[in-house]
Design a protein around this ligand. Structure first.
Ligand code: KE4
Length: 429
């Protein structure tokens, strides 16, 4: 596969952009390769600067559940762009998307738009602290909630990929207020509650952990968090930036029937444009400025282009059978992946919730961060390179989720499995 143009672009990028990228995980450092510069996408395919075509399982890290350049989304963006990209004033579009979100998530009576998932979680934490008058926050090792200081503690995603789960530049005065528990382990939460229950403002969790691969909640785990938060007057925050509208139209909270106090959204609700949102009960949300004393703001919050793209996307997700078809394709890919790894006797552990999935290079079950970190990242890097060179674009890290879109066809899945067969055969040598 010729990649000379991407390599030249990467050298040029490195001169004026740190690491040549605007988000660390894109640099392909953990897989030891030079990143491909993507010039366009269509359906489930992306095309790089050398003209190579790839079947895309990153989907912009989750937003593109309907695939690239969906005509209805492109039309919505084009139409709005002709009327104006940003006004810094209220628009009907913001009401329409807000009403769609509130209708989809019963736990959300009100919602505030922002421009990234990081802003959504950062704002939700501030709101929880304002609402309770408490300072401490509990997160789970390996979960990633964006790069706000308070949340860069044992963070997953790129932080783990690059070996910096606790970032430098974050004063210990900040991190002292963030307590770390073990995903799927209520005893680890109880130990923190025993000591700090009256000081904890919020417990924030990815209901399906998508930043240390993909780890489903064990039966009873989310219910246990809900019960403990209710008992101790702690705000339960579901970070559904990734799972929202991914694992179900109303997100993981609808799938698992748990009602959080606040929900963070992003990715899919912007249809590929910069967006985030946080919402919950009216009594909490009305603490936000300009009504209440919890300040939060954003120049491009509720940006008309992002609202138009998000609204168009959610309309597509509402079509009959959208999630049923996606589930069928994702189940097929995951089942056949498991069979192929087994037939090649490669240690593996496959996980999936809806159309987000992960194959860990380990033969032990993965239920938490410590177990995810047992995976053989060298083996993963070799597998990744084999797939990439055959035109299959996976997430360039063992600690990221893969994503299927509605645009992936049976033919694309079978082409992927054929490439997988070859990559696994290479690993056996
Ligand atoms: P952003 O600030 O990147 O829009 O969202 C942060 C965030 C918050 N919560 C969850 C559950 C998330 O998954 C994310 C961001 N996800 C990563 C991919 N695992 C973004 C990719 C990147 O950092 O480049």
């Amino acid at each position: 596969m010729i990649t000379i143009t991407s390599e030249k672009l990467f050298s040029r990028a490195e001169k004026c952009i740190p690491g040549g990228v605007n988000s660390p995980v894109r640099a392909f450092r953990s897989v030891g390769l030079s990143p491909r510069f993507i010039v366009r996408g269509r359906g489930c395919h992306v095309y790089d600067a050398d003209g190579n075509q790839y079947i895309d399982y990153v989907g912009s890290w989750g937003p593109l559940i309907v695939g690239h350049t969906h005509p209805e989304i492109v039309a919505a963006i084009r139409e709005q762009a002709g009327r104006g990209s940003s006004f810094g004033a209220p628009t009907t579009l913001e009401i329409e998307l807000a009403e769609m979100l509130v209708a989809a998530l019963p736990s959300m009576e009100m919602v505030r738009m922002v421009s990234s998932g990081t802003e959504a979680t950062m704002s939700a934490i501030r709101l929880a602290r304002g609402a309770t008058g408490r300072k401490k926050v509990v997160k789970f090792a390996g979960c990633y909630h964006g790069h706000a200081d308070a949340l860069l503690i044992k963070a997953g995603s790129g932080a783990t990929t690059l070996g910096v789960p606790d970032s430098s530049g974050v004063p210990e005065e900040f991190t002292n207020l963030t307590l770390s528990a073990v995903f799927n382990d209520l005893a680890s939460v109880d130990a923190l509650l025993a000591e700090y229950s009256r000081e904890i403002a919020a417990i924030i969790v990815e209901p399906v952990a998508g930043n240390m691969g993909t780890i489903p909640p064990e039966p009873g785990f989310l219910e246990g968090l809900r019960q403990r938060c209710t008992q101790h007057g702690i705000i339960l925050i579901f970070d559904e930036v990734m799972t929202g509208f991914r694992v179900a139209y109303g997100g993981a909270q609808n799938l698992y029937k748990i009602t959080p106090d606040l929900t963070c959204l992003g990715k899919i609700i912007g249809g590929g444009l910069p967006v985030g949102a946080f919402g919950g009960r009216r009594e909490l949300m009305e603490l936000l400025a300009p009504l209440g004393s919890v300040y939060q703001a954003g120049t491009l919050s509720g940006n008309p282009l992002a609202m138009a793209a998000g609204r168009a996307t959610l309309k597509i997700l509402q079509t009959e059978g959208f999630y049923t078809q996606l589930e069928r394709k994702a189940a097929y890919l995951s089942r056949e992946t498991d069979k192929l790894f087994t037939s090649h006797d490669i240690p593996h552990y496959c996980t999936r919730v809806g159309s987000m999935f992960c194959t860990y290079f380990t033969d032990t079950p993965v239920k938490n961060y410590q177990q995810a970190q047992q995976a053989d990242t060298q083996q993963f890097a070799r597998y990744f390179a084999g797939m990439l060179n055959q035109g299959i674009y996976l997430a360039p890290s063992q600690f990221e989720a893969g994503f299927l879109s509605a645009a992936h066809t049976q033919e694309d899945l079978d082409q992927t499995l054929k490439a997988m067969e070859k990559s696994l055969a290479e690993l056996e040598k």
